[in-house]
Design a protein around this ligand. Sequence first.
Ligand SMILES: [Mg+2]
Length: 126
Amino acid sequence: MITGKDLEDMGYYDMFDNDLKTTTLKGYSAWVEDKMVTEGKTRLIENTLGLVGEAGEVAEKVKKLLRDDTKLDEVEVLKELGDVLFYITGLANYFGGDLNFIMELNVKKLDDRQHRGKIKGSGDNR
Ligand SMILES: [Mg+2]
């Protein structure tokens, strides 16, 4: 498992001009918002397709682990997860939510399912 310390030791953070290690969720949301290049319905579609595309890039890298029986490049997977996070944040901003709120919603939903013994199975509203 790769940690932030591993990335620091590899000099990964040296390529950035801001200190991403101390970025807060709120600060990251504002940073993402500053990078948005589309507006309105175009932004919604662009951000949604971006999210799906980046999730596909994660799957593609993991797929090669099976297909080629090679070592998984964990840093490259983490970079793609960062791209996924970018579009999740863009969509959260679009809908006026924030990452803390989304995390709270998810925790409440899954804790409720676990409490009711419904953590396994399928369906959005179980
Ligand atoms: Mg990517």
